[in-house]
Design a protein around this ligand. Sequence first.
Ligand SMILES: CC(=O)[C@](C)(O)C(=O)O
Length: 92
Amino acid sequence: MTGKKEFTVTVYMQNRTGVLNRVSIIFSRRRVNIESLNVTSSEMPGIKKVVFVLSEAEEAMRKIIRQIEKQIDVLQVYHHINSPVSAIASNN
Ligand SMILES: CC(=O)[C@](C)(O)C(=O)O
């Protein structure tokens, strides 16, 4: 598929076994490879903050994010498109 961009997707979820698994399955079903995954406690007790980095076309990623938002125990999803480091460097 052409036009893939790199996304950072941040998911706040209840600290319950299996929630991360359900979200990960959404990516694997759609053949989206996970570049990076970071799980930490959030500033809210009982809530985990999970940060994914993935490459996908924008429209496909929008659909995936909507699906993640519908998951039980998912509280909030944020995302942004990552600028290439070369673009950031050329601004300086
Ligand atoms: C990632 C984590 O610690 C969770 C949310 O409890 C889980 O999915 O097991």
